[in-house]
Design a protein around this ligand. Structure first.
Ligand code: SAM
Length: 236
């Protein structure tokens, strides 16, 4: 899959697309991350990309004609145009999974007050938020989405990390994890995990995920069948 990020601050994305798991995925050609500088589409001596918001208190808004020129440059057949914004739909694992099925996503990063709303109305397919707080720009929300998407591309996450066991994947939170030593400061790793018995381990994992989800995020339970995980009403 290909993701294009249109931003006035391309440096932000450049090191991200070269680092760690996402960087390796890009290098191997498993995911294509293109970073496009919005300023390349500005015109005039001042290369202006933003202007004062009408009726605002001095805030700036990214100009629709500059955004549109960038869009014509990046958009191909089947491109889905995304705008990260606090007023968008909250990004969930379900939404990430749906977006992972797209061929090409073009993410337009807002800055200052955001994008001119007429551009949003005319061209944006999805507005998404990464949470109920306000950041200075759309670059971190763009990186958040690309990172989450890349984990779903086959071959990106190694065998040692099982994506299917991650939080939210099956509607549950992940289990606690432990490594050596088996006893640390008097605290023991659950006996099932060191038993070597696959069935016991699996049973422990399912129960741990279910009871953690019940106590910490009961709102998730509508999506998962918690009884399948608990197999024991005593936990409810
Ligand atoms: N005036 C906007 C509001 O109150 O909704 C906030 C604009 S914010 C300072 C600038 C840009 O950062 C936004 O256009 C958006 O692209 C990005 N941004 C900030 N917080 C975000 C969030 N929680 N989710 C997604 N994008 C966010």
């Amino acid at each position: 899959m290909k993701v294009t990020v249109v931003t006035a601050f391309p440096d932000f994305l450049d090191s991200f697309a070269r680092t760690s798991i996402v960087g390796r995925a890009v290098e191997k050609g498993l995911i294509d991350v293109e970073v496009v500088n919005l300023r390349d589409f500005a015109q005039g001596n001042y290369r202006q990309i933003d202007d004062y918001s009408f009726g605002g208190k001095g805030g700036m808004t990214l100009m629709p004609e500059v955004l549109e020129r960038a869009l014509h440059f990046v958009r191909g057949e089947g491109t889905k145009v995304l705008f990260p914004t606090p007023v968008g739909a909250v990004l969930t694992q379900d939404l990430v999974e749906a977006l992972a099925r797209e061929e090409h996503l073009a993410i337009f990063c807002g800055h200052y007050e955001g994008l001119d709303e007429r551009f949003v109305e005319k061209y944006v397919d999805l507005e998404y938020s990464i949470g109920d707080y306000v950041l200075t720009g759309g670059e971190i929300p763009a990186m958040t989405l690309i990172d989450a998407l890349s984990r779903l591309v086959p071959g990106v996450v190694g065998k040692e990390l099982s994506v299917a066991d991650d939080s939210f994947y099956n509607g549950m939170l992940d289990t606690p994890h432990f490594t050596r030593p088996a006893v640390w400061q008097g605290m023991e790793v659950p006996a099932e995990l060191t038993s070597g018995d696959d069935a016991q381990i699996e049973k422990w994992r399912r129960r741990a995920a279910a009871s953690r989800t019940l106590s910490r995020r009961p709102d998730l339970l509508g999506r998962a069948n918690v009884m399948d995980y608990l197999e024991d009403e005593a936990y409810l």
